[in-house]
Write a protein that binds this ligand. Structure first.
Ligand code: 2P0
Length: 330
């Protein structure tokens, strides 16, 4: 008789308002600077982890298709070591958004995994420990353990135990919106963020300047969140994204995620700003443009982006909850 133990968890993607771009330690996946994000309700991953004595290796299924385990296996080893088990796991994951849209997020993936895998392994971890474990899979995943606004600390310790996120403000305490313009037909990104940030750190003459501006951005964004000052938060959000992309573009050879439609979106957002709307753009390791706005202005922002050439879809998201267990499907 084989023995199995299963748990299901759900986590949301997050979008950084102050970006994470560069590491101080690759083995432990420690970021070179802090970051700050908004967890998004519209982009969710649901993951079931089953430790099964009958398995001869880890298995992974994503959106109904068998997938390569990649960095999942070494990450599951961390959970097994902690729980003192050797059993392999079956991981079944589903995104509530098209995987091919280019929005598939390792943040939601490893946050859901951290909650599901530790529960299935019989561990009982607090949010801080879950954040640390999620970070080992993907730096941004440490933030998705928390809902609302999350602050990821760079930390000082070599072992990474203080390199964790915390919730700055709960999601219902400031009802902002993120409008996502999906650009470029959702093609897969050309360079992974992990490779790109390492390459940027090694070759970009602007990398140190980028790292040098993060601490003040974190302070300014945190103050803006505490005082619910959207103009101030928007200015930091836009500035952090542009600084990160400037450093990436100055890499040799360059890392450029922008497409012609990306610029169309940025032009449209600038026009919306000039017309008096709250609309502040940010971008990650892809061509999509995400716009921070409020409840009142989000429909107008979405309409402005939807009509642009090269924009294949627009998603309006509320702030989302932290990663959490779901009732077992049995
Ligand atoms: C962010 N990004 O702060 C930044 C902005 C992409 C651009 O976090 O190497 O997939 O797995 O720790 O978390 C994407 O980086 O990188 C990311 P790893 P991750 O959201």
């Amino acid at each position: 008789m084989t023995s199995t133990k299963s748990a299901t968890a759900q986590a949301c993607a997050n979008i950084a308002l102050v970006k994470y771009w560069g590491k101080r330690d690759s083995a432990l996946n420690l970021p070179a600077a802090s970051s700050l994000s908004l967890t998004l309700d519209a982009l969710r991953t649901t993951t079931t982890v089953t430790f099964d004595d009958g398995l001869t290796g880890d298995e992974f299924e994503l959106d109904g298709q068998a997938a390569a385990t990649g960095r999942l296996g070494p990450w599951l080893d961390l959970v097994r070591k902690r729980a003192d088990i050797t059993t392999f796991a079956r991981v079944v994951s589903e995104n509530n958004f098209p995987t091919a849209s280019g929005l598939a997020s390792s943040a939601a993936a490893f946050a859901a995994l951290a909650v599901a895998a530790t529960e299935a392994a019989g561990l009982s971890l607090g949010r801080t420990e879950l954040s640390e474990l999620a970070r080992r899979g993907s730096g941004s995943a440490a933030r998705s353990i928390f809902g609302g606004f999350a602050l990821m600390h760079r930390g000082e310790r070599c072992d990474g135990t203080d390199c964790v996120a915390e919730e700055l403000l709960a999601r219902d305490e400031w009802p902002l919106r993120m409008v996502i313009a999906v650009v470029g037909g959702g093609k897969k990104k050309s360079v992974s963020s992990r490779d790109a940030m390492d390459h940027c750190a090694e070759t970009s003459p602007l990398y140190q300047a980028w790292i040098g501006c993060v601490a003040k951005d974190i302070d300014d964004a945190s103050s803006a969140i505490m005082s619910r000052d959207l103009s101030a938060l928007g200015a930091v959000t836009q500035g952090s994204a542009m600084a990160m992309h400037a450093a990436a573009m100055a890499s040799r050879p360059p890392v450029r995620y922008w497409q012609p439609s990306t610029l169309r979106c940025l032009d449209a957002v600038e026009a919306l700003q000039e017309s008096g709307l709250h609309a502040y753009p940010t971008m990650d390791a892809g061509p999509h443009v995400k716009v921070l706005t409020n409840e009142e202005h989000c429909e107008e922002v979405a309409t402005g982006l939807r009509q642009l050439e090269g924009v294949s879809g627009v998603i309006i998201s509320h702030a989302g909850p932290g990663a959490h267990l779901l009732p077992s499907a049995e």
